[in-house]
Ligand binder design. Sequence first.
Ligand code: ATP
Ligand code: MG
Length: 557
Amino acid sequence: MSGDSGTPTNFIRQIIDDDLASGKHATIHTRFPPEPNGYLHIGHAKSIVLNFGIAADYPGSCNLRFDDTNPAKEEEEFVEAIKDDVRWLGYDWAELRFASDYFEQLYDYAVELIRSGKAFICDLDADQVREYRGTLTEPGRPSPNRERSVDENLDLFTRMRAGEFPDGSRTLRAKIDMASPNINMRDPTLYRIRHGLIHHQTGDEWCIYPMYDYTHPISDAIEGITHSLCTLEFEDHRPLYDWVLDNITIACHPRQIEFSRLNLEYTVMSKRRLTQLVQERRVSGWDDPRMPTIAGLRRRGYTPESIRSFCDAIGVTKSEGTVEMGMLENSIRGHLDGIAPRRMAVLDPLKVVITNYPQDRVEALTADNHPKDAAMGSREIVLTREVFIDRADFREEANKKYKRLVLGGEVRLRNAYVIRCDEAVKDAAGEIVELRCTYDPDTLGQNPEGRKVRGVIHWVSATLAKRVEVRLYDRLFRTAHPGRGGSDFLDDLNPDSLKVVGNVVIEPALAEAMPGQRFQFEREGYFCVDPVDSQPGAPVFNRVVSLRDSWGKIAED
Ligand code: ATP
Ligand code: MG
């Protein structure tokens, strides 16, 4: 039952509980049915976590089914990417299916509908079909071919399959009700002709392809799906889903249940728009770390756990809304806070010479890997006479609230000594190029007597530091609802969504970090080694997310 997993319940799980309690079903079968026409995004994750989560928590199973009835837009690359993403999210399917596995059965069921007088071949073209369909306020008009004989329909359907008619010249339509208030029920198209396409599974075997609304219920029923979960825009299609299953000879009749889509601020989620971003090279690819795709989030440094906990947090309901990006960011922040080892990296290095520190000394100091988890152990960091601190951690003058280094003031170098700034050396243009400081040798692990230091700042040995590239990401769009009000969503792209910082200095051992490893750079944020552009010994770091509280907290300890 749903109770033991810690997953919050929802109205769909309640329906399932009832169906198990009443004996309607003994086991639960769900499916996740992506169309392989793009990469999965965080919205799909909501559906994956729902469908696979139910299968995991109940006695049941979940299939991965590719809804591949439109070969014009579908590709093998997407099939493989989707499989990778589902596995990465932590799920495995009971069976891998393709709607195209059922093309022959779908054809046979169409013949059955024709034989029973419930489907006919229509000669109207697409524009005429639209015109005959009527509007929300006016009923439609029947196709002139609606009363064709069964024999003629059978003959024409056979010849459609055999390739005798050109694209768009004929369709197979269900014969339902041209006056239905639900336009989906006004003799919807079941099959159309598409020549010259190579289907990634069936090649050139077919030149007629079944429509989604016809394919989906039958695929669900063939697989013995008990609960067919889909997003709210299919609510109006449910009568057609049921009509198809009620009018063919098939034992299983899954229950379609709709829930609201996930919408997320500051991004777009439709595959059409995501495809456009990729094709027009607005981003580096489907896995660009700014993309809301699973592949992008993974490359950025998100964990599967954080995405699953985000999906649990947003819940499953029927009410439409837009979720704040901050919720997604909080889920990864919370997870990485617990698991990411701490390291020091200086993004905007300013050299500090500790004038009273011996020239050749290399002092090994100990730093905890995690302030709250002793089990994560400690590491060695090295202090030398010259170190780097961040340029933002120094001001010539500042009031008491400034918890960093000022001329004549003291701060602690994290995990090391207290230093005092004696002089800021400037170049001809007046820019500070170096700080000259002195250290107090009695302050390792203890505070100085009788005086207060302003705060604690991070640093890296200048002699031993390695230099790397860091990529700072911001939201891909500068408005919460890109394209709202009919404007071009591309106009809302954030021109500053990627800032590449070269010459970031890091603790030397970090140069050996492996692709996908995640760290907290103290006082800066969480970072992940980019799996695509990193080289052995030369990692590139992606900022996953900034810290909630960038430096105030550490300054207190
Ligand atoms: P798009 O309209 O962007 O092409 P889609 O819904 O057509 O998206 P599919 O590949 O058909 O994409 O979706 C597979 C499954 O994922 C469907 O069951 C669909 O309802 C679900 N899904 C897609 N987008 C979202 C979303 N934003 N929130 C929740 N579920 C979604
Ligand atoms: Mg779709």
